[in-house]
Ligand binder design. Structure first.
Ligand SMILES: [Ca+2]
Ligand SMILES: [Ca+2]
Ligand SMILES: [Ca+2]
Length: 276
């Protein structure tokens, strides 16, 4: 009985330690518990900023924007939930003081997907999980560097043997206005200044935002610096159809007034109208 109690309390302690230090989860894709959760918003609006993050290397997002995709360990995953259709302004920027060991100089890029990665208590998704490598062998590009597809749908799985399927919504990056890393022409914001921002109209649901470095030429052997990062969202209502309706009515009135002036100036010509 005593032995059993000791064993149980040992198991409980081990479980507590495992929960307190999810070492494996941090090495793979995760939202860092709640650390990278922007939260849930409606079209009534709101905003959130997460400033204390870093990515290993300045190239992770760009490396996933080429023909052989990239390593999902080189990006940071954030999540966001919407309760109805809304406009989401997403921004990312370099933040030298993000963490104690972070450096400045990040050229940020991001992709946004509908759907979520696996979260605890499920195992974290990662590139070299058996289920991921099997999926990549059948569906990925030849010689895939990893599961990170910065320009399309993303599939990655965990040690439970389960795959996460994320549906691509769009991207933006701090880089040249037009460039091709081997997967077709892509468009950066044209001003390489450590900042990028773009807007997306998204319907109700859960979203994953992957942020990483956009400096394709920065690829090289490890170790890589931890580039400090800040990311933010501003949620607002999508303009109502009535707004466009009012605009068209306004344009119609302007046109009517112009025709009326024309008819008054030239009462017997052109339109065959006479308002005089
Ligand atoms: Ca690559
Ligand atoms: Ca590469
Ligand atoms: Ca920029």
């Amino acid at each position: 009985m005593l032995k059993g109690t000791l064993l149980s309390s040992f198991k409980l302690s081990a479980l507590t330690v495992a929960l307190a230090f999810p070492i494996v989860a941090q090495a793979h894709t995760s939202y860092g518990g709640t650390a990278r959760d922007f939260g849930s918003f409606s079209s009534a609006g709101g905003s959130a900023t997460i400033s204390n993050q870093a990515v290993s290397g300045n190239f992770g997002w760009a490396d996933g924007a080429d023909a052989d995709w990239g390593d999902a360990h080189r990006i940071r995953a954030f999540k966001l939930s919407l309760t109805d259709t809304a406009n989401v302004q997403l921004s990312a920027q370099a933040n030298p003081t993000a963490t104690e060991s972070s450096v400045g100089g990040l050229l940020p890029g991001f992709s946004i997907y509908s759907g979520l990665l696996h979260e605890a208590p499920a195992g974290a998704d990662y590139d070299t999980a058996i289920v991921t490598t099997e999926w990549l062998a059948n569906n990925g590009p030849v010689g895939a560097e990893g599961a990170l597809n910065s320009l399309g749908n993303l599939t990655i799985g965990n040690d439970d043997g389960d795959l996460s399927h994320l549906t691509f919504q769009g991207y933006a990056f701090d880089g040249p206005s037009s460039v091709d890393y081997g997967a077709g022409t892509i468009n950066g914001d044209g001003t390489v200044d450590g900042f990028v921002s773009d807007s997306f109209t998204l319907s109700a649901g859960d979203y994953t935002i992957l942020v990483g470095g956009a400096d394709y030429a920065a690829q090289g052997p490890a170790p890589w610096d931890a580039y400090g990062l800040e990311a933010s969202v501003v949620i607002s209502a999508v303009p109502e159809p009535e707004t466009y309706g009012m605009l068209l009515i306004g344009l119609g009135l302007v046109g009517f007034a112009a025709r009326r002036r024309l008819a008054q100036d030239r009462p017997n010509q052109g339109l065959g109208l006479n308002y005089a």
